[in-house]
Design a protein around this ligand. Structure first.
Ligand SMILES: [Zn+2]
Length: 360
């Protein structure tokens, strides 16, 4: 049986925020937690040692990408993704549903599953709810996601409801298949329903009826206005059980994180810190910085004077700007290091506030 457990150790008295401990086979995660994205089994430009130094507690990888390349058979031969990539802390894998719909040129959805062409070489593939669980069992992910349909934005209520019906049937099949395997991995349910509050409630009720060990909110941050995302999020949370972990997928800007944590969300992921870094953008306590800007040419100050990360302790804005201008790999590493550190510690600081009763 599962070695998993989720304990809420402190609740805010002024918001729905909570601090918890999520026990996995690869260690205990302190929540709320920001999860760094390592789509291809690597967090771009950062070594696992750097991620540990940063304090990353868990990383997220992607079933679609890993299934296409290098393939689950190779990863299984290594005993799973942890050993293959030399990361010994927890791993969560996304189902790949989102990538099938966003990256694949050709796709056909039936109740059985989804047929699609690889964005790498055009080869045909088929994902069923069962197969997606099997892939993640092969990866050895601590937390797995079921195949779902992300409705996107904008989308009509009729189409969103049709997506939801398939997502629910797939969730049932994924759960049956997962339970039949008695692994010590966890499978979350994914709440969909687009931007329609009644469909979000319906999806949450359907999935909680299946009693998953945790719940994700999918289909947010897909192009909708921020206020809409916030209203959908806060509305949906009330239909999720208090004692189970809650995860908002693909949301991770600092301004989104504070709001989501106050609504009682425990887990987040976003590609933003490493993607922004590759474009020369950095988070900072003084607002966003574009290091390519001319005004940093002779600037001897750190990226963020309030940050204690390796990049900010030892390198100047002028040097970082030089590295980015010269397209040097170290530039990507140092910028990514700072951005991931910034978000991980941003969430850690909020957790400390919840624990110290300073509240949100
Ligand atoms: Zn820094």
């Amino acid at each position: 049986m599962s070695t998993f457990r989720f304990d809420i150790i402190k609740k805010s008295s002024r918001s729905r925020a909570r601090a918890g401990l999520l026990y996995t086979p690869h260690g205990v995660i302190e929540t709320p937690v920001f999860m760094t994205v390592g789509t291809q089994g690597t967090v771009k430009s950062l070594t696992p040692a750097m991620l540990e130094e940063i304090g990353a507690q868990i990383i997220l990888s992607n079933t679609y990408h890993l299934a296409l390349r290098p393939g689950v058979d190779l990863i299984r031969e290594f005993g799973g993704l942890h050993r293959f990539m030399n990361w010994n802390r927890p791993i969560l894998t996304d189902s790949g549903g989102y990538q099938v719909f966003s990256l694949s040129g050709m796709r056909k959805i039936t109740e059985q599953g989804v047929t699609f062409k690889s964005h790498l070489d055009g080869s045909p593939h088929f994902f069923s709810p069962e197969k997606v669980v099997d892939l993640q069992v092969g990866f050895g992910s601590d937390i797995m996601m079921p195949l779902d349909i992300c409705s996107g934005y904008p989308r009509t209520p009729e189409d969103t409801n049709a997506d939801l019906e398939i997502t629910y049937k797939w969730a049932q099949r994924a759960k049956d298949h997962w339970e039949a395997q008695s692994t010590n991995q966890w499978l979350f349910g994914i709440v969909q329903g687009g931007m329609y509050l009644e469909l979000r409630e319906k999806s949450a009720r359907q999935l909680t009826g299946l009693d998953f060990p945790g719940y994700s909110l999918g289909g947010l941050s897909v192009g909708e206005p921020r206020e809409l995302m916030e209203s959908v999020l806060s509305h949906t949370v009330q239909f999720l059980p208090e004692n189970k972990p809650r995860y908002v997928m693909g949301v991770g800007l600092p301004e989104n994180l504070s709001h989501a944590i106050a609504q009682g969300i425990d887990m987040f992921d976003c590609v933003i810190p490493t993607r922004l870094a590759r474009h020369g953008h950095a988070f900072s306590s003084l607002g966003k910085i574009n290091i390519r800007n001319q005004k940093y040419q002779k600037d001897q100050r750190p990226l963020d004077p309030a940050c204690a990360c390796y990049t900010c302790r030892y390198f100047s804005r002028a040097y970082l700007r030089h590295l980015m201008a010269a397209n040097e790999i170290l530039g990507l590493t140092l910028m990514s290091y700072h951005n991931v550190y910034y978000l991980v510690h941003f969430v850690e600081a909020i957790r400390a506030q919840i624990l110290s009763s300073e509240e949100l």
